[in-house]
Design a protein around this ligand. Structure first.
Ligand code: UD1
Length: 420
């Protein structure tokens, strides 16, 4: 197993190119199951989660090529509609194939994803919506077995909770359904917006894109003509590197970003005292005279992203005073707290809230990555810790951050990958 060695107390210099969005690419790859022709996606991040989903599609009989951030996928000759546990257990987002497979083939089996470090993460809302669209769903031996022999039919879906992959799944299912589907309380994340836009350009009329109320006019199982496109930049990777600039109080430029998707993150950084110069597709963060404490409440987009909560917690350890962070989306997303405490952070937990008092003098030691974003919080803390920090179980990081150590090395950080 690999681990990362990081020497702290660094100032960063230079610029970093942000990769394409993992969370946008995943549903877009699943969407290729709706295409009548080969689909070509550009600006795809070279991370493990993407390869996992490609492997799942290959197991179903698709042809996939991934080279230099470009993927070509041909799903014309699929031979199977069963997504096996072996793959689904390693990545929950595999559930994204459920809607497309069912709407195209009228039946499929997808393994239930199982447990997750950050909370229960059920898929009940996905299943309830598909049932409303005419599917018969049963759970057999750990698999969701879904049938809709005559295809799915449009329905009025009301999500009790806003769900990102749930919305993506139902939008894709609705794309080939018979008739019109409406989704009330739809997720408005930029990743969902891109999926809707590409489907719309490919012949599925979708109204309300970017709003919480979507109307999707299905094609009655006519496959789509999906042209090539580029995946949007990764707002979470960008936010993580902004926090790297902030925690080390450096001047850092990010390129290949969409600043609009980063508005709440940038607003919090400015509230903390960092100056941000923002252009169309790049920005620079400048040091703060004093790093001020903040209050954060995680929310669905356009609120503050839960996927940036851990990184801001690391940053708050260097603020002058007491910050509070309330996690509203996932019940168990504070796994990084005990690891940050091992580095010397002063953090108190009470239910869904954390109180962080700074500035803390952190000192390097061995820490354990617990999930994707928690891992990046440990990297950030290591950048300011005295001495060396060794971060173990970095396979979590590899799921979603492309060439993290190379990107940080280019900014002057001493960081290297080693074998346990
Ligand atoms: C997606 C993102 C993840 C991010 C999360 C919240 C991808 C691949 N992953 O995850 O990085 O942290 O959005 O922004 O895009 N819920 C239910 N029942 C369901 C579905 C969801 O109760 O059927 C609950 C979840 O447990 C959670 C909340 O709804 O408390 C939001 O989850 P959801 O938006 O579905 O997260 P994901 O799509 O899995």
């Amino acid at each position: 197993m690999d681990y990362l060695q990081i020497q702290g107390h660094t100032t960063l210099h230079g610029s970093i190119a942000v990769s394409g969005s993992k969370n946008a690419a995943l549903p877009l790859i699943a969407m290729t199951l709706l295409s009548q022709t080969k689909v070509c996606l550009g600006n795809v991040p070279d991370v493990v989660d993407i390869k996992t989903l490609l492997k799942l599609l290959q197991n179903l009989g698709a042809t996939c090529h991934f080279d230099d951030h470009r993927i070509t996928i041909d799903t014309c000759c699929l031979t199977d509609t069963k997504a096996n546990y072996d793959i689904v257990k390693t990545m929950r987002a595999s559930i994204l194939v459920l809607g497309p497979l069912l709407t195209r083939f009228g039946h499929c089996e997808v393994s239930l994803p199982g447990g997750c470090a950050i909370g229960q993460r059920p898929i009940d809302l996905h299943l309830k919506a598909l049932e409303k669209m005419g599917a018969t769903i049963s759970i057999k031996s750990g698999y969701v077995v879904a049938e809709a022999a005559n295809g799915l039919v449009g329905a009025a879906i009301i999500f009790d909770k806003i769900t990102v992959t749930g919305t993506a799944n139902i939008v894709m299912a609705a794309a080939l359904a018979r008739g019109t589907t409406t989704i009330t309380n739809a997720a408005r994340e930029p990743e969902v917006v891109q999926l809707c836009e590409i489907l719309h350009q490919s012949g599925v009329i979708i109204e309300g894109i970017g709003s919480a109320y979507l109307t999707i006019h299905g094609t009655d199982r006519a496959l789509l003509d999906i042209r090539s496109f580029d995946v949007i930049p990764d707002r979470i990777e960008a936010g993580t590197y902004l926090c790297a600039g902030a925690i080390t109080n450096s001047t850092l430029t990010l390129t290949n970003i969409e600043p609009k998707h980063l508005e709440t993150v940038i607003a919090k950084l400015e509230e903390m005292g960092f100056r941000c110069d923002i252009a169309q597709d790049h920005m620079t963060i400048h040091p703060a005279k004093t790093i001020k404490p903040i209050t954060i409440i995680t929310q669905e987009y356009p609120g503050f992203p839960t996927d940036m909560q851990a990184q801001f917690m690391a940053l708050c350890t260097q603020a002058e005073g007491t910050s509070t962070i309330e996690e509203r989306l996932f019940e168990n997303r504070f796994m990084h707290v005990s690891e940050l405490q091992r580095l010397g952070a002063d953090i108190k937990l009470s239910g869904h809230s954390a109180t962080i008092t700074g500035p803390s003098k952190l000192s390097g030691t061995d820490v354990m990555a617990t999930d994707l974003r928690a891992s990046s919080a440990l990297v950030l803390a290591a950048l300011v810790a005295e001495g060396e920090t060794d971060i173990h179980r970095i396979y979590h990081l590899d799921r979603g951050y492309e060439k993290l150590e190379k990107k940080l090395q280019a900014l002057g950080v001493f960081i290297q990958r080693a074998k346990e």
